[in-house]
Ligand binder design. Structure first.
Ligand SMILES: CC(C)(COP(=O)(O)OP(=O)(O)OC[C@H]1O[C@@H](n2cnc3c(N)ncnc32)[C@H](O)[C@@H]1OP(=O)(O)O)[C@@H](O)C(=O)NCCC(=O)NCCS
Length: 407
């Protein structure tokens, strides 16, 4: 773009009182799938900032040209685990305990970058990223990261080629439909709903060293979008069948157990699959009708995804023991039934590529994304390395904590 046109471009903070319509127009123009192909449309329910609003600090910028909004970007900042170190503690004057403790860093996340198709390749995307990064630096963030589909060449080239990001992690997004029938949960497993303080204690004790674990996990668990935290244990493993709190549980856990939390994205945004042929839609509808009429057949019916639908997101998945995958399957069945009662179309989650519990998470390949590409950048060189060193160069762990506030 010529210098003069670039001069006409203004980047400023999103103003909800006058920008909603303009932002929605850009959003819509970016979602048009090529003809004949399915595309996923997102309805932000009139609140363009909804996908970052639950983070401790967030900002949305818009790019304006001649009074028209032509692009936007959202960003948020929080403190998360980037690694662990061993803390040596002397107990009772002689025995020494080596306990892994988390190392935290302030990290920023970029999402929802969109430039209207008529204004691409003019340097606007790059400018929005740079301005957002300025805000990140001013607020003390040490790293910035973003997630994109690995086949989104424009986005990958912009971030890795022009902005200095490097490819970092490749977690998998797993999506399962919500059927018309209820899923049967094994009666050899007991599912307990934990209170937010109990869930917090369990997460801090067992998962605080997992990469991307948010230090403000308490505010995630207490958020009104949090449906709950559920723990699966073998039936009869609780003494007198009673739950005595996480502290007690962790001091003598059963051989196998699993935990997960559920976030209600249905109240934040709706999705819709567009561009499906009449044949596909009719087939989907037929499976649904049959499933509704004969729920005992347990038919894997296609939900009504061709009109706006909501989703439940599962996060904080973890556990241990030889039966952990089976128990994870039971928990997912339980979440399926909760999502069904809430009228959701799908249940989704995102886990590390190497996550051992992945085996127990039911999902449809055609709805899932095997490789979500996360790219990261170090925002400054002027701070000490700390015990982890440069996080961007570290190797991935078995698990990753995907924050539901950024879905
Ligand atoms: C990705 C996107 C934001 C890029 O915005 P943009 O304003 O066109 O990007 P810029 O003009 O600032 O491009 C800067 C550099 O990125 C790279 N790039 C951008 N678009 C590209 C494309 N289509 N193909 C290859 N490289 C591309 C180039 O290196 C480019 O520099 P150059 O033009 O000097 O070669 C835009 O294509 C878009 O809105 N896409 C749809 C939504 C999306 O995918 N968002 C990203 C999700 S995080």
């Amino acid at each position: 773009m010529g210098e003069d046109r670039m001069d006409m471009m203004v980047v400023r903070e999103f103003d909800p009182s006058r920008d909603v319509v303009g932002v929605e127009e850009v959003e819509r123009s970016c979602e048009v799938g090529s003809s004949g192909k399915l595309s996923l449309f997102t309805d932000l329910l009139g609140d363009p900032i909804c996908r970052v609003r639950n983070s401790p600090a967030f900002l949305m910028l818009v790019a304006e040209m001649g009074g028209e909004i032509v692009g936007m970007i959202r960003g948020c900042i929080k403190t998360v685990t980037c690694g662990e170190r061993i803390s040596r503690r002397v107990k009772n004057n002689y025995s020494i305990s080596n306990k892994p403790v988390p190392v935290y860093t302030k990290v920023a996340y970029i999402l929802g970058l969109r430039i209207s198709p008529s204004h691409r390749r003019m340097g606007l995307g790059l400018k929005l990223v740079c301005q957002m990064e300025d805000w990140f630096r001013q607020n003390g963030a040490e790293y910035s990261y973003m997630a994109t589909e690995s086949d989104n060449h424009a986005s990958v080239k912009l971030f890795t080629g022009k902005c200095g990001y490097s490819t970092f992690r490749t977690p998998s997004i797993l999506v399962n439909p919500v059927f018309a029938h209820r899923v049967t949960v094994s009666n050899r497993i007991t599912i307990i709903k934990l209170t937010p303080p109990d869930a917090e204690l369990l997460y801090r004790r067992r998962f605080a060293t997992t990469e991307f674990f948010p230090r403000d996990i308490d505010s995630v668990l207490e958020n009104k979008l949090n449906v709950g935290t559920f723990l699966a244990v073998p039936r009869d493993s609780l003494r007198f069948g009673l739950w005595a709190g996480s502290d007690h549980f962790l001091s003598d856990p059963p051989e196998s157990w699993t935990v997960l939390s559920v976030w209600n994205c249905k109240d934040v945004f709706r999705l819709e699959v567009r561009g499906a042929s009449r044949l596909k839609r009719t087939f989907a509808k037929t499976t649904r009708i049959v499933d509704k009429a004969f729920p005992f057949l347990k038919l894997p019916s296609v939900p009504a995804v061709f009109r706006p639908f909501g989703l439940f997101f599962m996060y904080g998945l973890g556990g241990e023991g030889p039966r952990a995958a089976k128990m994870m399957k039971a928990l997912c069945g339980h979440v399926h039934n909760l999502a069904r009662e809430s009228g959701c179309g799908v249940v989704a989650t995102e886990v590390a590529n190497s996550e051992p519990l992945k085996l127990g998470i039911p999902h449809w390949k055609m709805l899932s994304c095997a490789e979500d590409l996360w790219c990261i950048k170090r925002l400054g060189e002027d701070y000490s390395d700390g015990p982890v060193g440069d996080w961007t160069k570290s190797s991935p762990g078995l698990s990753i904590f995907v924050d539901p506030r950024e879905v």
